[in-house]
Ligand binder design. Sequence first.
Ligand code: C5P
Ligand code: C5P
Ligand code: ZN
Length: 460
Amino acid sequence: MLDRAKSLADIIRKHEDIHIVTHIDADGITSGAIAVQALSRLGKNYSIEFIKQLDPSTIERIRDENHELVWFTDLGSSISNSSLSMIISDHHMCTDDSNSFFHLNPHLFGLDGSIYISGAGVTYLVAKMLDSNNIDLSALAIIGACGDLQEHRYRRLVGGNREILKDAIDANVVRVETDIQYFGRETRPIHKLLQYSTDPIIPGISGYESNSLSFLYEKKILLKDNSSWRRWIDLSKEEKRIILSGIAQRLLLKGFGHNMVKKLIGEVYTLPREEVGTELHDAKEFATLLNSTARYGYYDVGLQVCLGDRDKWLKKARSLLRGHRQNLVEGVQYVKGEGIKQRRYLQFFHAGNGVRDTIVGIVTNMLLNDSNIRNDIPLVGFADKNSREVKASIRTTQSLVDQGVDLSVAIRKAASHVNGVGGGHSIAAGATIPKGEEERFLEALEEEIKTQLSSSKDVL
Ligand code: C5P
Ligand code: C5P
Ligand code: ZN
């Protein structure tokens, strides 16, 4: 992969004007920011655009713009044999290796792009090949990886991400600690952190604010310091230990076993150059802040924060974050209100205009992690994209992936069956399909998942 990164860097050096095309999520924004910094440090001219997905008409439009060189980051793996002058640093599933000499992608090296390295990670490798002084950009690659939940499975970054982490530690831009895995260590009041906990779910506490408060009260944990809510980072080691053992006890009492308890703790990644107790100090929280920007069309906001703005753009990002949180809570409530429809091999909901197409994936993920919703079959979430198209997001569990489910393959087939486009990773994938084709799409998807499960059983 490093050799391939070097080939891409060599191509960049031969061009003066480079157009970056990237994705609207946290990994896409950090990828774009790494590319921008690397090019501007080289003195190249650059432009950047953010897109929801790379469909054939977008590729055609970019081709018509006649850029000297296009750099696709965190997307592009679906382009086959285009006549574009381009390089690609992506981590999505790809099968076609006809573009391979200018395409850096873990899948081309037999590595799993959902865990081994993110879009920001592969883009960082190219930046590092352009100039070894770019190792400070490794912090952005760690944020991108966390945005794509790459640390989630093993409770630590592995593979290529681990190599990047070494750079980040050497450059003193990231620190690693072992701590609770729940979201919001730096900014959420403790009872909120526990209330919103998922994976592992805390029986009787996840989803219940009053139970979360009484649990902390029982453990004699002070909730406030003067008049402000205490956060996880404000707790002493002893207080953290008391809470963690209380959660562990609850899990064991409910029969969840030690593997579930082990999931409570893992690595967390902090950014020592940022202010403690802010969204920027923790890589996961930083990623969520970024997800609140470009997914709502505010591309510059996330990008400028990644490029170092801590003033007006950060302020704007924080106000978008409040809206984003609200939208996620409302999105989950909306779907629960409407109900999730069950089929044999999958379950689904159609939010119509009730949830934005750009966050339906996050909502789907949250629902699959909800203790009141089954997770033994994949969950598909639909949301209207416009009057002609529908966005589909599909999420599953590691356990089903281990049993042979590969959503990226299934969704690609099902989407093309109805003249749509789709792709992604084995555990999380998405598609855009024509409106009105939802039923045919679900049928094809279900058939594919059924085949995947039964053929893996044959092998076993
Ligand atoms: O487009 P991209 O590859 O950047 O997004 C990855 C997606 O995979 C994210 O939506 C992330 O939430 C999802 N994912 C997941 N569970 C994992 C790993 C990734 O839902 N264990
Ligand atoms: O949009 P969503 O979060 O559901 O996407 C899940 C994964 O599928 C992401 O990695 C995304 O980049 C990918 N995806 C794709 N092609 C699409 C839609 C989503 O590769 N048309
Ligand atoms: Zn990504």
